[in-house]
Design a protein around this ligand. Structure first.
Ligand SMILES: NC(=O)c1ccc[n+]([C@@H]2O[C@H](COP(=O)([O-])OP(=O)(O)OC[C@H]3O[C@@H](n4cnc5c(N)ncnc54)[C@H](OP(=O)(O)O)[C@@H]3O)[C@@H](O)[C@H]2O)c1
Length: 357
């Protein structure tokens, strides 16, 4: 597999400036790293936030971007799980390292082998690019912040014995607020694999799709009775919502989530939020709430990263247990990234924006 000595990157020259294309040296991977020739890159809200506010940028110019999918062209000395020619998806981490070699918005990216997954042959590069941040966020929410038990990798949905009674001590019902978001649709699917009953909110046009992914109850968050409707649905199902993931985490989403958990009689109520807690929103004493930090997958929770990307995701994708998000291609390759960032900043509904490079 040949690697070009230089490649094109989309660089952010300064806070709030547009991306510009420039040539960079193509790096070699370090010991536990892989070098990927990117074929498709996905855009995340954190990318436009970093561009707009200079958030988590240590020096300019900066290479943004977290989601890549392509072909391995080189591996570091300690990497045994991947070889040149492998089709992979990977979580890029310039966000954490501050190293532009680790940014997604370029032709070649160096990433951690521990945050890389083999892409089954039936999954396209476009689909693969939608995965890394979304599944990482879902897993950090479910298995780090909420500390729920992870599902067995081999025991996929069709083998789950639905007649078995859950342990009285294990939480079985979870609310996913913002089910149609990238993080939300992955949280629904992985929560289902973990054996939880999933209640979710989304615009009505996404209900059938999110049911097909494993949500048991869907309520439109635009409804003025959304809180009452979710509580009534839990009562009808004979369950209490004990855990919640708010993938949007705005004041208007966290307030109803707190209301629902407050009115639940479950013990040990927990809430994972993907954005910092709003300063003027009161917290509830009997709900444990914590911010999800997907970037902890690189160091503190590298064990979870290896389990998720190296082991679980390739199996789940192969078996059809996890469906990649719906996506829209923004034309123009690397030149299209700025338009994609602008588009995502305006807001999307139930789709991931990707560019092909
Ligand atoms: N802390 C972390 O580690 C971490 C990681 C990843 C993401 N995040 C953050 O999490 C947020 C979500 O990211 P994402 O990429 O998953 O978002 P996204 O896919 O861009 O979110 C779009 C979706 O948000 C839904 N939505 C908007 N307002 C809503 C509301 N009031 N109630 C329920 N759903 C609503 C829309 O649902 P409908 O289509 O149904 O209207 C839409 O489909 C972003 O702020 C991002 O920066 C944090």
């Amino acid at each position: 597999m040949t690697t070009s000595s230089t490649h094109i990157a989309a660089l952010l020259p300064a806070t709030a400036k547009d991306l510009v294309l420039e040539k960079r040296q193509t790096p070699s991977p370090g010991a536990g790293e892989v070098l990927i020739r990117n074929h498709v890159i996905a855009i995340n809200p954190v990318d436009w936030k970093r561009q707009t506010w200079g958030f988590r940028i240590s020096a300019y110019p900066a290479v943004l971007g977290a989601d890549v999918c392509g072909i391995v062209t080189d591996v570091g000395s300690s990497v045994t799980a991947f070889k040149p020619g492998d089709r992979v998806f990977s979580l890029a981490h310039s966000f954490c390292s501050g190293n532009n070699d680790h940014g997604a918005f370029q032709d070649y990216t160096v990433t951690n082998a521990a945050a890389t997954g083999s892409l089954p042959k039936d999954i396209s590069f476009q689909q693969g690019a939608t995965l890394p941040t979304a599944v990482g966020t879902a897993c950090m929410a479910l298995f780090d912040v909420l500390d729920l038990p992870r599902p067995s990798i081999k025991k996929h949905a069709s083998q789950v014995d639905s007649s078995s009674e859950p342990s009285p001590l294990s939480p079985t019902s979870i609310l996913v607020w913002g089910g149609a978001s990238s993080a939300g649709s992955m949280t629904i699917q992985i929560a289902r694999l973990a054996g939880l009953t999933v209640f979710a909110t989304a615009s009505e046009r996404h209900h059938a799709y999110l049911r097909s992914l494993g949500a048991s109850v869907l309520v439109d968050y635009h409804s003025p009775t959304v809180v009452e409707d979710l509580i009534a649905a839990a009562e009808r199902a004979g369950t209490q919502i004990s855990h919640a993931v708010d993938t949007i985490s705005a004041p208007q989403t966290l307030a109803p989530v707190v209301q629902i958990l407050s009115r639940s009689t479950a013990a040990n109520k927990k809430l994972a939020h993907t954005v910092g807690w709003p300063a003027d929103l009161p917290k509830s004493d009997n709900i444990e709430n914590q911010w999800v930090a997907a970037d902890d997958l690189w160091e503190r929770r590298q064990d979870l990263s290896v389990w998720l990307y190296n082991e679980a995701m390739p199996e789940w994708l192969e078996q059809g247990d996890i469906m990649p998000a719906r996506y829209r291609v923004i034309d123009g390759g690397l030149s299209g990234l700025q338009g994609a960032l602008d588009e995502l900043k305006k807001g999307v509904s139930g789709e991931k924006l990707v560019v092909e490079v």
